[in-house]
Write a protein that binds this ligand. Structure first.
Ligand code: KKD
Ligand code: ZN
Length: 314
């Protein structure tokens, strides 16, 4: 019998590692291509680990996507759309991925997806989670953070409906996004690739130790919970008239107080942050977010709690 506060959960058997969800974010593309040729680094006795290139057409073109953003395509509407010639490439891909690794929300879905991304913003090592209510994932992230000796790693919670989207990884029962930066689109940097590699290995180690029966005691996890996106200032035609202020640039995760500089116009005027309380911006000046009308995301710090987790023997 489990003692109070211990979540006895099923084993985690099938894990997919996705790269190239965005074809110009190259750390994940290079790692997954490498692992497709030689899986040995990903192998753990209790796990079946599948590396997977999720948007091969975008990878080939070295663009984020071909018709529409694959990491926004996993909506109920898209996944149930009847197949047709006019269907956007990424919607077709979403249905294939849902078939192979899902179905989303179904018992037969993969246990876990690790989705690999890079950002042009200065987030360092960042793990993205979709819910505050998943003990297994909180415990995994807690473990990963503790295995990093010299490096730091922040956790971004995308749970608020204002900042949620149909991400690819949501087809699995549990998931994390790895977001490592700064790295320009279409560029590969050794330090960023190495950091990503360490995080993937650490996540797999955790799943394996868990499957072997190790109990992870209750823990807390400090995360940044996103609640709003902030657009660039624009003119009546929608053209951007203020760029990220030098004092905000590269200052992801650092406190931004009301009145602090956020944008700079080409006339040299500083536009201050006009919120009502201090926030922690993230994804500051991410290249892919200009089209999404997001200059940065606003987050607040919260502490999550997880029960102890242990694999159930049945
Ligand atoms: C820069 C970038 O692509 N970020 C990812 C974040 C995520 O995986 O949730 C995205 O917007 O899809
Ligand atoms: Zn991405």
């Amino acid at each position: 019998m489990a003692s109070a506060g211990v979540a006895c959960l099923p084993a985690i058997r099938r894990i997919a590692v996705f790269g190239g969800t965005h074809g110009n974010e190259l750390s994940g593309v290079f790692l997954v291509r490498h692992w497709l040729k030689d899986k040995s680094e990903l192998q753990r006795p209790s796990l079946e680990v599948q590396p997977y290139l999720s948007n091969p057409a975008a990878v080939q073109r070295c663009t984020r996507y071909v018709d529409c953003d694959l990491n926004r395509a996993f909506t109920e509407e898209n996944l149930s759309m009847p197949l047709s010639d006019s269907m956007p490439y990424e919607v077709k891909r979403a249905q294939e991925i849902n078939h192979l690794f899902g179905p989303k929300g179904n018992e037969n879905a993969y246990d876990f997806i690790i989705d690999l991304h890079n950002t042009t913003s200065n987030v360092g090592n960042c793990l993205i989670m979709k819910t505050s209510k998943d003990d297994f994932t909180i415990q995994m992230i807690h473990y990963i953070k503790n295995t990093l000796i010299h490096d730091n790693c922040q956790v971004l919670l995308l749970e608020n409906p204002a900042v949620q989207y149909g991400a690819v990884r949501t087809v699995a029962k549990h998931c994390i996004g790895l977001e490592i930066g700064p790295q320009p689109q279409g560029v590969i940097r050794a330090n960023i690739l190495e950091n990503m590699r360490k995080l993937v290995n650490s996540a797999l180690d955790f799943a394996h130790f868990y499957n072997e029966g190790k109990e992870f005691p209750p823990c807390t996890l400090d995360v940044y919970r996103a609640f709003e996106k902030v657009d660039y200032p624009r003119d009546s035609e929608g053209q951007i008239i203020g760029i990220i202020h030098p004092q905000l640039q590269d200052n992801d995760w650092k406190q931004l107080k009301p009145g602090d500089p956020s944008f700079l116009t080409l006339h040299g005027r500083t536009i201050p942050y006009n919120g009502s309380s201090a926030v922690y911006p993230v994804f500051v000046n991410e290249a892919a977010y200009y089209e999404k009308k997001s200059a940065f995301l606003l987050t607040e710090k919260v502490t999550l709690k997880a029960n102890s987790v242990k694999v159930s023997k049945t």
